[in-house]
Design a protein around this ligand. Structure first.
Ligand code: GLC
Length: 438
């Protein structure tokens, strides 16, 4: 005799489950995958993989920005994957993977000096329609030039950088120094204050053998009337450049205002030293200021930002830096990738990134944004610095040229090679690259 299962008859839980069965089935099929959040894509959803450098300022707000994009674009899930800290390591990652036609990532963040090289290699999707000519003027012109190759736009400027001088306002005031406008004034102030204050370095900067070293050295060379290539001629071994590089060496060995550790320092090394209150001056990019002003920062309210000093008779010079977003030519989701780029480079996203992470906008109008200026008063002065920042040579062979300059500059700074010899050797190698690649 068929006996009804007593449990089936009596258990309220079972009854409830039976009644809810159709709803639960629906949830399992349709909704549950969506509840996985960042662990997996929902049905019909496309995953866009976004590679970029480590976010130094505020990774949580960056994650919130990505989540906002996902809310607005429910058909896209973003997997963001940070790469190692230095630009050189990131370049190597992209070069190896795109050479191998990898479709493992869709959106890539590119240093301002790479776009011509990547575009020439056919690794980037043409984004000219994403950024039509009428909208190009709203961006700073130097990064716009950097992302344009053969008349087409291959990336959208995301944030802009220029070398600036950070100084300890409180200490300069205490010892009666004004923010230095020449390098020798900096030496005087740094040397005096570092002697008077315990455990204090005078001036820290990025001198490790990598791209950041080239950015630093060029600022002294340009600020002394020198250059690398002028009207097609390689002029890197000029007397002005020798003087500039020797001066950097003197900062360490003669004036002793920069500790020897600068020769192995990258941006974050120096940012930590200065941020812990252990240096009077620092050369860095503008992102660091937002970090210094966070609650709990030992230097909060004590930091000033100025243009880099110059040599007498010359103009100050900042290296143009910054990062651009492009789409991998081998991406299987190029349209979705473009939507992410449009979102991240929009006015609102650039503003959020400026306020939270400290990345400086590539859209010129943001420098007049009242909220941004209120939160970061030095934004006003940054506009001028950004407008005049000098690009490193804009050529598809830039990284080859840089890889010649890096070891030569580094050897000269460390004193293992005579400056004249290092620059002459750099000239010969750069001439060779330009002759063979043309
Ligand atoms: C910053 C700049 C980039 C430069 C790099 C050097 O990331 O934005 O352009 O190449 O520093 O370390």
């Amino acid at each position: 005799m068929a006996q009804a299962n007593p449990l089936a008859a009596r258990s309220p839980v079972r009854t409830l489950l039976t009644r809810l069965a159709p709803t639960l089935a629906f949830c399992l099929l349709v909704l549950l995958p969506g509840c996985q959040g960042h662990d997996g894509p929902r049905q019909g959803q496309v995953t866009v993989v976004f590679k970029h450098g480590k976010i130094a300022g505020d990774p949580e707000s960056f994650a919130r920005l990505i989540a906002r994009f996902e809310d607005l674009n429910p058909d896209i899930r973003v997997k963001d994957e940070p790469l190692p800290a230095t630009t050189d390591e990131q370049h190597q990652f992209y070069a190896i993977n795109m050479e191998g036609e990898s479709s493992d990532f869709d959106v890539l963040s590119m240093d301002v000096v790479w776009v011509p090289e990547f575009a020439r290699a056919g690794w980037l999707r043409n984004l000219s329609d994403v950024l039509p000519p009428a909208r190009r003027d709203s961006f700073f012109s130097a990064p716009m030039t950097a992302v344009t190759y053969g008349g087409n736009v291959y990336a959208i400027p995301w944030y802009i950088d220029a070398g600036v001088l950070y100084y300890r306002k409180d200490l300069l005031e205490k010892y009666g120094f004004a923010p230095p406008t020449t390098w020798l004034k900096l030496v005087r102030a740094a040397s005096h204050i570092a002697k008077m204050e315990p455990d204090m370095y005078g001036f820290v900067w990025q001198g490790k053998q990598y791209e950041g070293l080239v950015c630093n050295v060029l600022e002294y060379m340009w600020g002394n009337g020198g250059d690398v290539i002028q009207a097609g001629d390689v002029v890197i071994d000029s007397p002005q450049n020798r003087e500039a590089l020797d001066f950097m060496k003197d900062l360490i060995f003669r004036y002793e205002v920069s500790p020897a550790l600068v020769t192995t320092s990258i941006e974050e090394t120096t940012r930590h030293i200065f941020g812990n209150g252990r240096a009077v001056f620092m050369r860095n990019w503008p992102y660091a200021w937002t970090i210094f002003e966070r609650p709990g920062s030992p230097v909060r309210g004590k930091v000033g930002v100025a243009m880099l000093p110059r040599f007498p008779g010359h103009e100050t010079a900042s290296t143009l830096g910054g990062w651009q977003l492009g789409v991998n030519a081998y991406s299987e989701h190029p349209k979705e990738a473009e939507r992410l780029i449009e979102f991240l480079t929009s006015y609102e996203s650039q503003k959020t990134l400026a306020l939270t992470v400290g990345y400086k906008p590539t859209l010129k109008s943001l420098y007049a944004d009242p909220e941004l200026r209120g939160a970061q008063p030095f934004m006003a002065g940054l506009y001028e610095i950004m407008e005049h920042a000098r690009p490193r040579p804009v050529t598809p062979y830039y990284m080859m040229i840089s890889q010649v300059m890096q070891p030569e500059f580094s050897a000269a700074l460390a004193g293992v090679k005579d400056t004249e010899e290092a620059l002459a050797s750099a000239r010969r190698q750069i001439q060779f690259i330009l002759r063979t690649e043309d």
